[in-house]
Design a protein around this ligand. Structure first.
Ligand code: ADP
Length: 479
């Protein structure tokens, strides 16, 4: 488009503009030096340098200076070029006159656009009749004559006449046009081919990814995304591969959970139904010991079901906390006492060290639940000494303008947790060692519940643990 505009449509005007500027500049040079004693030399120099024929006429039309450098120029070689009338014509035209002629069909005629007096000829039919025959008129103008009135040192009016040849632009335009046809055709063909290649290049990997994504949607998590080609596609396929991997993990967890939960449900159910049947059928078995087993197993079932329900409620945000001021130290002490009574028979010892009584606003039942989960984990995983130490300390929290916070630590002497498992233990359904004798009772939900409860309280939580060196689980709350 640009080529068409500049080379075909506007070439003529550009060229004319350049020529006009050139001829005006030459005229100005002569005007400035008109009083110089070497004016004749100056005129012939600029004339030669610019390929412009020059005449300087007196007011009566007589030639004072002349420089003839272009063969067959109109001002020197056309006998009917009317020099006598020119000075007054130029003066009447505000001292400047542009005239375009065709050299071969030269007749005295003024360019309609530039000579205001001739504007009427465009509309006046009778005058058009007087013009040279139309084929002559059609001929391209190849000469520009620029005349200008100047005043010399003696206050005498002189007329500068400059004759510049204009190359026939039309022929050039025609050549360019033909060239542009070829260029355009080639460009269209080339861009279509390029577009097809690029489209294929871009769309092929996208199509492949799309197909893989469909496979993924049907549940085929082993699908791998192959993103070749350019960087964005490679990144997209990496992300999708990662997604597929994560989805397959979730799927695996889901299957494990169903297996775990069914297993966890089946064990107490088998016990309950076994003992209940024995108590019904065998009079000897109908004793409080067996009844206690049934009660314990029912409790285990309840805990399990509650855990599963809690975690889904907590994680979908369907639960809200009710903050009430309460004595945290007393509440923790109660839980520990109850647990101590329960576990004493098995030789467990739970110690509680609190620096002072702490009262804070929190959801007591939820905090107790979180603490209870940490405590049961500690009991489940502690070492042979069966000792668990709970400590409560107040500290100024640097992350909260040194406001007072309380930290609860639950330490056991158990087997600890491997560093590679540490980041995952807070995830839902995550269990470090599935064959662990104690882990059978767990659902892998306990720590995930702790995490959700503390997040809701804007508390912090964490663990320091090394394999065979015990673990210290802790959480903090603002007082
Ligand atoms: P679970 O119901 O299996 O205990 P949790 O979410 O409470 O589930 O804990 C996740 C995993 O973290 C457990 O399976 C266990 O491997 C590990 N874990 C939690 N507490 C302790 C601890 N005190 N000592 C060692 N390992 C622990």
């Amino acid at each position: 488009m640009l080529l068409w505009f500049f080379q075909v449509i506007f070439l003529n005007s550009f060229y004319k503009g350049i020529k006009i500027n050139e001829i005006k500049a030459t005229a100005n040079t002569i005007e400035k030096s008109i009083n110089d004693e070497n004016i004749a030399t100056i005129i012939s120099t600029v004339s030669e340098n610019n390929d412009i024929c020059i005449k300087v006429l007196s007011s009566s039309g007589d030639t004072i200076y002349s420089s003839h450098v272009v063969k067959g120029c109109i001002i020197h070689s056309k006998p009917d070029f009317d020099e006598k009338a020119l000075p007054s014509e130029v003066t009447n035209n505000d001292g400047e006159l542009f005239q375009y002629y065709n050299h071969d069909g030269y007749t005295r005629e003024t360019e309609p656009d530039l000579a205001p007096d001739s504007a009427s000829t465009e509309t006046d039919n009778t005058q058009v009749q007087d013009k040279p025959p139309s084929d002559e008129k059609e001929k391209e103008k190849d000469t520009l004559i620029y005349s200008k009135t100047i005043i010399d040192a003696n206050d005498e009016e002189l007329t500068l006449v400059l004759n510049s040849m204009i190359s026939p632009v039309n022929a050039t335009v025609n050549t360019l046009r033909v060239q542009l046809y070829y260029i355009t055709a080639f460009m269209i063909l080339f861009s279509v081919i390029l577009a097809l290649v690029i489209a294929k290049w871009i769309s092929r990997p996208i199509e492949a990814i799309n197909n893989s994504a469909k496979m993924l949607a049907t549940g085929d998590y082993s699908t791998r995304f192959k993103g070749t080609g350019y960087q964005e596609i490679a990144e997209l396929s990496d992300t999708l591969n990662y997604t597929a991997k994560e989805l397959s993990k979730v799927e695996l967890l889901r299957q494990e959970l169903i297996a775990n939960i069914s297993h966890d449900l089946r064990t107490p159910l088998t016990l309950i139904s076994g003992y209940a049947e024995a108590m019904r059928d065998l009079p000897d078995e109908n004793n409080s010991e067996n009844a206690q087993i049934i009660v314990d197993e029912t409790k285990r079932l309840t805990t399990l079901v509650n855990d599963v329900m809690d975690i889904s409620k907590l994680q979908t945000g369907n639960i809200s906390i009710h903050r009430q001021p309460y004595n945290l130290t007393a509440s923790l002490g109660d839980s520990i006492n109850r647990m101590n009574k329960l576990m004493e028979m098995d030789g467990y010892q739970i110690d509680f060290i609190a620096d002072q009584e702490v009262t804070l606003a929190a959801d007591e039942s939820r905090i107790s639940q979180a603490f209870y989960n940490l405590l049961t984990n500690a009991i489940n995983y502690t070492g042979e000494d069966k000792k668990i130490t709970i400590s409560q300390t107040i500290f100024p929290n640097p992350a909260d303008d040194l406001a007072d916070w309380v930290k609860i630590e639950v330490a056991d002497s158990g087997e600890g947790i491997a560093a590679e498992d540490l980041p995952y233990i807070w995830d839902r359904y995550y269990k470090v060692d599935k064959t662990h004798k104690r882990a059978v009772t767990g659902t892998g939900l306990g720590l995930s519940i702790v995490k959700s409860i503390l997040d809701m309280h804007r508390g912090d939580y964490g663990v320091t643990s090394k394999i065979n060196e015990g673990s210290v689980f802790w959480f903090t709350l603002k007082i």
